[in-house]
Design a protein. Structure first.
Length: 144
């Protein structure tokens, strides 16, 4: 299945885990990807992501290409594919203590995140850890 999205992966204890960044055009998907890359994450895909069997990858024609609004297209190092663990909806005001939510199509944990927040990359890293079972949460999107 193809999504108009971006995808980033970080190395966990069992290999790479990735997040799917969804949002309307101009919502900050590529910008969030760029910020995550600045924190050591790897790009999997920008603008379009193919998800098959729980694994995310870029369409061949777009592999390793990042659009930086106002600057253009850049060739970047990328990860050919990574298991998808979390769906992140950007550009929506997040609820303070959200209930756990699953993406309708993928069946994966899903959160909303305001990409304009300075702490957005750190929040996303916490959420991915929780989605992968590496963090205990008392209340909120990943509480048991």
């Amino acid at each position: 299945m193809r999504f108009h999205a971006s995808c980033a992966a970080c190395l966990g204890p069992d290999g790479y885990d990735s997040v799917l960044l969804l949002g309307a055009s101009g919502s900050g998907k590529s910008d969030m990807l760029l910020r995550l890359m600045g924190d050591g994450w790897l790009m999997v895909a920008d603008d379009q992501v193919i998800v098959e069997g729980g694994v995310a990858r870029a369409p061949e024609a777009l592999a390793g290409i990042l659009e930086v609004r106002g600057l253009g297209l850049f060739k970047q190092p990328y990860l050919a594919q990574a298991p998808l663990r979390l769906v992140v909806q950007l550009g929506v005001q997040a609820i303070r203590l959200p209930a756990p939510q699953l993406h309708d199509i993928l069946g994966l944990p899903m959160i909303t995140l305001d990409p304009a927040q300075p702490s957005a990359p750190a929040r996303l890293a916490l959420a991915l850890g929780a989605a992968c079972g590496r963090g205990a949460q008392i209340a909120g999107a990943f509480a048991a």
